[in-house]
Design a protein around this ligand. Sequence first.
Ligand SMILES: Cc1cc2nc3c(=O)[nH]c(=O)nc-3n(C[C@H](O)[C@H](O)[C@H](O)COP(=O)(O)OP(=O)(O)OC[C@H]3O[C@@H](n4cnc5c(N)ncnc54)[C@H](O)[C@@H]3O)c2cc1C
Length: 610
Amino acid sequence: METHYDIIVVGGGHAGVEAALAAARLGKRTALITLERSSIARMSCNPSIGGLAKGHLVREIDVLGGEMAKAIDATGIQFKLLNRSKGRAVWSPRAQADKRKYEAYMQAALTASPRLDIIEGDARGLDIKEDTVRGVLLQDGSRLSGKACILTNGTFLRGKIHIGDVQISAGRYGELPSIGISDQLRSLGFSVGRLKTGTPSRITKRSIDFSRLEKQEGDPDPLPFSYATTHFTPKNIPCWLAYTQDETHRILHSALDRSPLYTGKIAGAGPRYCPSIEDKIVRFSEKPSHQLFLEPEWEGASQWYVNGFSSSLPVDIQIRALRSVPGLERAEFIKIGYAIEYDFFPSHQIRRSLETRAVSGLYFAGQVNGTSGYEEAAAQGLMAAVNAVRNLDGKNPVVMERHESYTGVLIDDLCSKETSEPYRMFTSLAEFRLLLRWDNAHLRLLDISREIGLQPEAVLSRFEKVRRETRELVRAYEKQRLRPGNPLKLPLDRSASLALLMRQQKIDENDLRKIRQAYFPDHDEDSLDQAFVLTKYSGYIERQHKQVKKARRLEAKRIPPGFNYDRIASLSNEGREKLKKFRPETIGQASRVRGISPADIQVLLIFLEK
Ligand SMILES: Cc1cc2nc3c(=O)[nH]c(=O)nc-3n(C[C@H](O)[C@H](O)[C@H](O)COP(=O)(O)OP(=O)(O)OC[C@H]3O[C@@H](n4cnc5c(N)ncnc54)[C@H](O)[C@@H]3O)c2cc1C
C-alpha cells in the first residue's frame, strides 16, 4: 500500500467525494479513507438532490468543476424546477434520485480517477506536529503521510442514534461511529459541539394504498443540473402525497414523554427548519394536518421514503402513528425513523479557505462544520480541496464573495455566525439573490472556474461565448422594435422595443424561441434567456449592483492576520470577544458577526486607518 500522499481526505460522503475528485484532478496524489467502500456517496436521508437554494449550490459545483450535477443528471428519476411561478431569483432545480445508481456513479468516478486511491479504513487520529498536519493514523495501526488533510466525517463523530429510550452508537443506522478524532482535536484545544438530525421510516411499496394518495409528477420538460448534460430525457417517476390527521397527532402526543427530544436525552440542537413529526405537532399545534411525501428510493424500489415523518419516538408509536394516515393503514416497515447526535467543530475555527486556524494543512468540510445537507457538504468539499491544492502550490486561496455565489455566502456565514442548529442554505440568506440565480451560475463563476482549473478550456469557451452574446443581446433588445403585424403575432397599436415589452411583461420566456427565429437565429438560446432576465429585471439588478459596490468597499478593507483587538480600548466588550473568536479577514466580514455593533465597526475602521 502506498503511504505517502499530497492530500488525504477522511470520509467518503458528499464532501469527501468532491474533495477527493478535485484534489486528484488538480494533479495531487490523493487518498480517500472511508469506513466502507460500498457506502461511498450514500444519501443518509432523503433520496433527492437540489431544492430551494441547494439547487443553486449544485449548479455552482458544476461550473467550478465538481461532479454532483453530472451524477444526478445521470441517475435522477424525476426532475422539477421549483418556484417557477415566482421571480427568477428563487427558481431552483430539484431531482428525485435513484440512490443506488447515484452511489454507483460516484464510486465509478472515483475508481476511474488517476492519482486517487480509495482506502477502506477507520481514521482514528491525525498526526500533528508543530501545529501542522503530517498524516492520518488508522485503527489497524498504519499511518499515511500527507501534506494536507481534509476531514469530512459527516454525522459519524461520536455518533449516537436515538429511538425512544434506545441509544445506539453509530454514524448512521448499521454503520459504526467514528471514535478518536474529535477527542484528539478537543485535547489540542479545538472547541467541539453537539448537533442532531433525524430521518423518517422506510416502508414497502406493496403496503401503500396509492388510490388514496395524490400523485406528484416531475416537469414534462425537465432541465438538467449540469451544463455538460446534453440530450436529456430522464425518467419521470411519480411521488405521492399523503396527509396526517387528528388521530395521528393524538398518538404522537400521547407518547411525547417517551421522546428523547422531550425527555432531554438528546442534548444537540436539531434543525428548526426540518423538524421531526413530534416537533411539528407541538410547534404547529394549530395545523390539523401535515403533508407527507412518499418517495421511491430508487427506480423500481420496494423501499419507500416517508418524507416529513422524521421521528425519534419509540418503534410502537412510529408504527401506530404512520398507520393512522389514510393510505398507509397497512404500512410495512423496513427501517424505523431515528434521530442522530454527533460531534461537530463550531466553524469560527476555520478560515474562509476552510483551513483550520490552529493546525496548518488541516481542512474541515461538510457536516463537521455544523452544516446539514448533501449539497452544502459537496460545495465545501470541493472548495476545501481546491484551497488545499493551492496551498501546496504556494497560491492564494480562492475565496468567493457573497455577491458571487451561494458557496461564498455559505462559507462566509460559517466564518461569521455562531452555529446554534445545523446550517442549511436558503435563498433568504443571500442578500444579492437576484444576481445569484441558478440560471447564470456559468456566467458569474466563469473567471473563478478558470482560475481553479478543473474545467476543460472547451467548456469555459462555451460559457465565454454566452457571456459575450448576452452583452450584445441586452443592447439589441433595446434597439429591436416590434411593430403592429410583427412576426411574434403580438397585438400592438404602435411600435415598441423588445426591451420595453419585456419590462411590461408583454413578452415572457415562452416567446424567446420565436424571437430567436425572427431576429437572432445565430445566437444561443441560453444567451437570449440571460439577456431577457437582465432586461426584464434591469432596475432591480442595477440596484443590487450598487449595493454590492457599497458592500465591497468594506470587503476591500482587510484586517491584518493576528491583529490584536486588545489594543483598541473603545471597542465594546462583546464586540472584542466576538472579533477575537471569529477573527474576520475583512471589515465587511466583521460587520456580519453577530454582536458587533456599527459603533464597533467605526472604531475598528478609524483604528486601522490610523
Ligand atoms: C439520520 C440522518 C438524517 C439526516 N437528515 C437530513 C435531512 O433531513 N436533511 C439534510 O439536509 N441532511 C440530513 N442529513 C445529513 C446529510 O446526510 C449530511 O448533511 C450529508 O450527508 C453530509 O455529507 P458529509 O460528506 O459531510 O458527511 P456524510 O455523508 O455523513 O459522510 C461521512 C463519511 O465519512 C466516513 N467516515 C466517518 N468517519 C470516518 C473515519 N474515522 N474514518 C474513515 N471514514 C470515516 C463515513 O463512512 C462516510 O462515508 C441526515 C443525516 C443522517 C445520518
